[in-house]
Design a protein around this ligand. Structure first.
Ligand SMILES: C[S@@+](CC[C@H](N)C(=O)[O-])C[C@H]1O[C@@H](n2cnc3c(N)ncnc32)[C@H](O)[C@@H]1O
Length: 275
């Protein structure tokens, strides 16, 4: 007589069957993520300076959402979250400030999914009007709330994404950047279902010889709006590296001369919204 298989055991926010926990070798549970390259194919490409590697979305979506769940990304950029949501059979609402980029992402999405399972909204995530706009789309999708929140803001002014004043990369100083980020985080908090998760992808910066820990400051702003911190993951930035050779040597010289370290990591910080 063979044992009858156990019924799946999973959390309400995940499809991982805890009875088969040994079978999920590809799912990370350690807080140090080292990737030697960026995943490509399935619609993913390095077509936008400042996009995150698809593996971040793969890991976070696989652990913290279920099939057909709605992922809300309030800094959609070139659409990595939207493409990965489609691939993993999640739904997605993404908000991006730049109209030409929003159009570009729409063109990358399978027309069968666009405006049904995948929605690309052009707008300012720091403007309060984004909450009723996204809520309206959630209602069309027969949902009250999103099930997972992704936030990958500009790392202050490290990369300037546009000339628009509402663009967080144009905030005049770190304090204004953090205030703008906190407003977006508050909108995300309102739109996310209680008991669900949020992931913030962010790196730090140097200014005037001083390290500005944007990652920890943004984490603290997330806590201010009500999110509880679940994990701080350190991820290498090897997969996005472009400068090699002479430029790398120049940075090494500057680091030695200035007494600082060259950033080789960024953070993926995981939060939950209490029930
Ligand atoms: C770091 S990138 C996100 C990249 C994205 N994760 C990807 O993989 O392509 C940040 C994006 O936020 C957008 N952005 C900046 N300020 C914004 C705002 N107030 N509302 C919405 N989007 C904004 C920028 O135009 C930029 O595309």
């Amino acid at each position: 007589m063979t044992d009858s298989p156990k019924p799946p055991k999973h959390k309400p926010w995940s499809d991982i069957d805890l009875n088969r926990w040994r079978d999920y070798e590809e799912i990370k549970t350690d807080s140090l993520w080292l990737y030697s390259n960026r995943a490509s194919g399935d619609g993913h490409k390095l077509d936008y300076h400042g996009n995150f590697i698809p593996q971040i979305a793969t890991q976070i979506f696989s652990r913290y959402s279920r099939k057909n769940d709605i992922v809300l990304d309030l800094f959609l950029g070139s659409g990595t979250s939207a493409i990965e949501a489609a691939r993993l059979e999640r739904r997605c609402i993404g908000v991006e400030l730049k109209p030409e980029l929003a159009d570009y992402v729409r063109a990358k999405i399978d027309p069968e999914l666009l405006n049904r399972r995948i929605h690309v909204v052009q707008g300012n995530s720091a403007n309060p009007e984004i909450v009723p706009r996204v809520s309206g789309i959630l209602r069309q999708m027969q949902a009250d709330h999103a099930h997972l929140l992704m936030l990958h803001p500009p790392y202050a002014d490290i990369i300037k994404f546009s000339d628009r004043p509402e663009d967080l990369s144009n905030a005049p100083d770190a304090g204004s950047f953090l205030d703008g980020f906190e407003t977006v985080a508050r909108h995300g908090f309102e739109l996310l279902a209680p008991g669900r998760f949020a992931a913030l992808v962010i790196g730090d910066k140097y200014a005037n010889g001083e390290l500005l820990p944007l990652g920890f400051w943004c984490m603290e702003r997330m806590n201010r709006v009500g999110f509880k911190t679940k994990a701080i993951i350190v991820k290498n930035i090897e997969g996005n590296e472009k400068g090699k050779g002479r430029t790398a040597n120049l940075w090494r010289y500057r680091a030695l001369a200035g007494g600082y370290y060259i950033f080789k990591h960024e953070y993926v910080i995981v939060f939950f919204k209490p029930k």
